[in-house]
Design a binder for this molecule. Structure first.
Ligand code: PLP
Length: 382
């Protein structure tokens, strides 16, 4: 039984061979610390980080690579953006589709940092109503923080429209691109995004423990961490120069080397081609699921744009049991539970059960989708 991996929305796998090869090559040939020391190996490590930033900048429409901080993942990026930007008295608008990586830091700031918070509800299918968002702005609104696509429902938010609303009111926009970076074309400047948090280990095809934050040139954040940067060592305070200001401590250089190759792979394939491939697969999966007896799919209607995932529940069966059986009896890896999105489940009406989520990526095949559908069919009959 050939294992089938359909949990790409959590972490992408398999990675392009160049990702692993570049990491092994780096680890075998150079263990030096980037930005610390002037010897050749240290310089090469610094260049490796810059190479990663450069690839990311080219993919995301960022003019200056130094406006990207390399961090451990989207969670760290979101914490830095929210805790570094918001001040007591600020009002933040967010949505009920958010992952806990947005919601928990915001709730923490509400409890400990004196911010006000408004959640915009989404319709049953995960569609955000822009008028609800427009009505939520207040005089002290400082930030809109929202995902580009829901990791549970797969619905895609109209970022350019949201950005236009923010611009008109002088409000900043933070976007969580965890489910879209690498699959959707993103141009931070053209889309009007002030801060973009992204993981390296999902659609960007890098290793776990990588990711970052794009920060508009005219924005300055309070760093999350203070410490060594390898530069301005005589200064007591964290230097203001980017990206060091937000990168205290030794970076994950082998991870950045892998991420560089992952992004290169995306750029060579093009996000348009990745998108077409993924949308075709989720359309096939969605249509096939709807033919099964007693299945309910969450999120946008069939054929509508969605991120590379479909969540569903089988009537009368605990999603955890469905996922367990798929794994043990058929060798198919999917994810069951709440997907760190409790309000998203409330939106979909699945707060009591959770759901099963199958997600795809560049290496997923139509045959793998058909095998999943055949397995579910057999389980429904048996
Ligand atoms: C929408 C969303 N935001 C944030 C995250 C957190 O990303 P990371 O694992 O890189 O911290 C995830 C991961 O599942 C996600 O789906």
């Amino acid at each position: 039984m050939e294992p089938i991996y359909l949990d790409w929305a959590a972490s992408s796998w398999p990675k392009p061979p160049a990702v692993t090869q570049a990491m092994v090559h780096f680890l075998e040939g150079n263990g030096a610390n980037p930005g610390r020391g002037g010897h050749r190996q240290a310089m090469e490590a610094s260049r490796a980080l810059y190479g990663c930033r450069l690839e990311l900048a080219r993919l995301l429409g960022v003019a200056r690579p130094t406006d990207i901080a390399l961090l451990s993942g989207a969670t760290e990026a979101l914490n830095l953006a929210l805790k570094g930007f918001l001040k007591p008295g600020d009002h933040v608008i967010t949505t009920e589709l958010e992952h806990n990586s947005v919601r928990r830091p915001l709730e923490w700031l509400k409890e400990h940092g004196g911010i006000e918070l408004t959640y915009i509800p989404a319709g049953h299918h995960g569609k955000l109503e822009l008028t609800r968002l427009a009505e939520a702005f207040k005089l002290n609104t400082a930030l809109v923080a929202c995902s580009h696509a829901s990791n549970l429902l797969g619905s895609v938010l109209p970022i350019a429209d949201i950005a236009a609303l923010c611009r008109r009111r002088g409000v900043r926009l933070l976007v969580d691109a965890a489910q879209t970076a690498g699959s959707f074309s993103i141009d931070v400047e053209a889309m009007g995004i002030d801060m973009l948090a992204f993981p390296g280990h999902k659609g960007l095809l890098g290793p776990q423990g990588t990711g970052g934050l794009y920060l508009a040139p005219d924005l300055e954040l309070e760093p999350l961490l203070q410490g060594g940067t390898g530069s301005n060592s005589e200064e007591i305070r964290q230097p203001s120069v980017r990206p060091e200001r937000y990168e205290a401590g030794t970076r994950n250089t082998p991870g950045a080397v892998g991420l560089r190759e992952g992004v290169r792979h995306v750029r060579e394939t093009t996000t348009e081609a990745v998108r077409r491939h993924e949308q075709a697969l989720v359309d096939r999966l969605h249509a096939g699921l709807l033919e099964l007896p007693g299945v309910r799919c969450l999120g946008p209607a069939p054929g509508e744009e969605r991120a590379a995932l479909v969540s569903f529940v089988l009537e009368g069966e605990d999603p955890a049991v469905t996922a367990f059986r798929l794994d043990r009896e058929y060798g198919i890896a999917v994810r069951a539970g709440y997907h760190c999105s409790p309000l998203g489940h409330r939106t979909a009406g699945t707060e009591a059960t959770g759901a099963v989520r199958a997600s795809v990526g560049y290496a997923t095949t139509a045959e793998q989708i058909d095998t999943l559908l055949a397995a579910l069919h057999e389980m429904r009959q048996g």
